[in-house]
Design a binder for this molecule. Structure first.
Ligand SMILES: [Zn+2]
Length: 171
């Protein structure tokens, strides 16, 4: 997976499709067939844990990412109508390394924490509510739709991980 944080400034289906291909290739390597397994496979590949949690979030917020020094946490709103889609969407943000903007309610307890936070937001806990950046939202949403389609095809045919690699094989 690319370590680059560079982000394009316009919508690109090709860029999203490439990300989905990469994720599906990783999923195939780990025999991941459910979305939760795909998330675990991506985490293993990045050597950085991705925890999935649920919590009551603010009104209209379906998901949230919490970045800790040692792991990322995807928080899904409780009682979501489409839990998997939201999870895939949040995974998209992580794959694209969308940093987002910290949620305004983040509170810092100690001044040392505040200094660390100001020096490097990524080095400290950061909470990102979904929905601030329009391009990031489009990429995550398109990623989720493509990935869910791919997983549906895979699970309905039961044809083995080769289906996940199908598009990759076509280049
Ligand atoms: Zn989002």
């Amino acid at each position: 997976m690319s370590e680059s944080r560079a982000q394009s400034s316009s919508r690109s289906y090709r860029r999203v499709a490439a990300a989905v291909d990469a994720v599906c290739a990783v999923a195939a390597d780990y025999d991941a067939t459910t979305l939760d397994e795909v998330v675990a496979a991506v985490a293993y590949e990045r050597e950085r844990d991705i925890e999935i949690a649920s919590a009551q979030l603010g009104p209209g917020v379906c998901g949230q990412r919490r970045f800790y020094p040692d792991r990322d946490v995807i928080v899904l709103a409780t009682a979501l109508p489409s839990r998997d889609h939201t999870l895939a969407h949040e995974l998209g943000h992580i794959v694209f390394d969308h940093e987002g903007a910290p949620a305004p309610e983040v509170t810092l307890e100690a001044s040392d924490d505040l200094i660390a936070y100001m020096l490097s937001q990524r080095a400290h806990q950061q909470i990102v509510d979904d929905g601030a950046d329009e391009l990031a939202e489009w990429e995550a949403e398109t990623f989720a739709a493509m990935l869910m389609t791919r997983l549906r095809v895979f699970n309905s045919r039961g044809a083995g991980v080769s289906v996940l690699r199908f598009d990759e094989a076509l280049g």
